[in-house]
Design a binder for this molecule. Structure first.
Ligand code: C5P
Ligand code: C5P
Ligand code: C5P
Ligand code: ZN
Length: 470
């Protein structure tokens, strides 16, 4: 890898040697796009290395989940996309002889360590932008390659994981992620280009592509169905085919250029700032081997498809798609995706109509049982870009988990982390203060808190954010 971190590769080699010594491996991973792609990369690498393994997924790697893992008869457990944040508990199991851990993760490590721990944060890399869980798993997979083998094709999944974890900064992947992209290009599985940075270029009809584009807010286009239709009508190209709207992928390069220029002009006329307009264009990552016009071709759409499976207890479906099932699993994933989209769009509408509560330094909403706890983080992230919600204040989003516990997700922006915001510390500290636990990244983190403690939690979080940004 062209990554500038030899220590990371050395640690990966040590982890790979440890795995080769195992009789069999229990692979445990997280239930989101990054966790699924991590598991797919790790399981492909184990399979190719001839190592027997079994795969499990956990919503969250808490004490209970770890106890269940300890109760299995696997001696070696490979954790991907989680494990670092729970190192304290894992280390206890290790000392007790319950299992020996190997970890490929990118979350903020808890206060403990173990020998076979592969995490970009240990080597001076940023775990929320420079390497994801799938990236760490990919580095491990390269180290696990048999002499005659080549695992570079797995770079495609690593790019899906990184983009799914929103590691794109200022329009492109950075840090060690760029080394993975290059290997994917060399292996013929990834293609990059410069194009409109909108979600849905492969599958959305043009009007929906533009109407739902809110990251850069364009008055008269974003969230404006009729405005979009008038805009497209004025572009001067036949954008329909047999009466149906074409998609971005269906346009020729010239046609794309025409629509993109018209969009930029419209944004300028509406007073959108030059720096924001720059954000309309970015580097796109495409999976070269996947058919055009499908969710699998665009890494961003691929990652949403995966979230639609694992966050609804169907990680098996997402994993099968990652591993190449283009029949039954893909069809099931598409059905789950429709349901996921409906849930997200209903949730966002609810948040917008209900509004958020503003504290001094944070804003929050409580969805109770209206939003599944496994997607409340995605909703919080989308809310930050939505109409009427302040982008300059971190957002906390609660949803019911069970009779005793509430899930809370926090999302900030890169501009806020540059000013000192670290939501991973906020979520960990504030949740522990009320008898819960949490962690994550500076820009996005989560926690579980006892029901009824939400208000106390918000107070703690508000104070901590105030200290960080003050
Ligand atoms: O558990 P994990 O690390 O995979 O989750 C990362 C989460 O952080 C994702 O849900 C992603 O949407 C969110 N995130 C974000 N903004 C960023 C980076 C990550 O909302 N800039
Ligand atoms: O159903 P509709 O097409 O309105 O759904 C919006 C969808 O866009 C969400 O379901 C979500 O899957 C997807 N999306 C996303 N990330 C974005 C923008 C949109 O996952 N940044
Ligand atoms: O669940 P959510 O998308 O809000 O998670 C954001 C980040 O916080 C993820 O990286 C997740 O792994 C982490 N998290 C955590 N502990 C929790 C909940 C979430 O470390 N209890
Ligand atoms: Zn991750």
């Amino acid at each position: 890898m062209s990554g500038p971190v030899p220590e990371l590769s050395a640690r990966a080699a040590a982890c790979a040697d440890r795995l080769r010594d195992a009789d069999d491996v229990l692979l445990a991973s997280h239930i989101d796009a990054d966790g699924l792609t991590s598991a797919a990369i790790a399981s492909s690498a184990l399979e190719r290395a001839g190592l027997p393994f079994e795969t499990v997924f956990c919503k969250q790697l808490d004490a209970e989940a770890l106890a269940a893992i300890a109760a299995t008869d696997h001696e070696t457990v490979l954790f991907t996309d989680f494990g670092s944040g729970q190192l304290d508990i894992i280390a206890e199991h290790e000392s007790a002889g319950d299992f020996e851990p190997v970890i490929a993760d990118h979350h903020q490590p808890a206060d403990a360590d173990t020998e076979f721990h592969l995490n970009p944060l240990l080597f001076g890399l940023d775990g929320s932008s420079e390497l994801s869980g799938a990236g760490a798993s990919y580095v491990l997979a390269r180290a696990l390659e048999p002499d005659a083998g080549d695992n570079r094709d797995l770079a495609a999944l690593a790019v899906v994981g990184a983009v799914g974890d929103m590691q794109i900064s200022d329009g492109e992947l950075v840090g060690a992620n760029t080394g993975i992209v290059e290997e994917g290009i060399d292996a013929g599985v990834v293609e990059t280009g410069t194009d409109l940075a909108l979600y849905g270029k492969q599958t959305r009809p043009l009007p929906k592509l533009l109407e739902y584009a809110t990251d850069v807010y364009i008055p008269g286009i974003s969230n404006d169905q009729n405005g979009v239709l008038r805009f497209l009508d004025g572009v001067g190209i036949d954008l329909k085919e047999d009466g149906d709207w074409r998609r971005w992928v269906d346009l020729t390069a010239d046609e794309r250029q025409t629509v993109a220029s018209a969009l930029v002009q419209r944004a300028m006329r509406k007073g959108v700032s030059a720096s924001k307009i720059e954000g309309l264009v970015g580097t796109t990552y495409t999976l070269a081997a996947e058919p055009e016009g499908t969710e699998l071709r665009d890494v961003s759409e691929f990652s949403t498809l995966l979230n639609a499976t694992a966050r609804y207890d169907r990680a098996d479906v997402g994993l099968a798609v990652c591993l190449g099932d283009r029949e039954a699993a893909l069809e099931q994933a598409r059905t789950l995706l429709k349901n996921h989209r409906r849930n997200l769009s209903e949730a966002i509408s609810w948040v917008q109509s209900e509004g958020v509560t503003k504290e001094e330094h944070v804003q929050w909403f409580h969805a109770e049982d209206r939003v599944r706890e496994t997607i409340v983080g995605i909703v919080a992230g989308m809310a930050v870009g939505a109409n009427g919600i302040d982008r300059n204040v971190p957002i906390l989003a609660f949803a019911e988990k069970n009779d005793e516990e509430v899930k809370v997700s926090a999302r900030g922006t890169p501009a806020l982390t540059r000013k000192g915001l670290d939501l991973s510390v906020v979520m960990k500290t504030a949740s522990q203060a009320v008898g819960g636990d949490g962690g994550g990244h500076n820009v996005a983190a989560g926690a579980t808190v006892p029901k009824g403690k939400e208000e106390a939690f918000v107070e703690h979080a508000d104070e901590l954010v105030g200290e960080q940004l003050g």
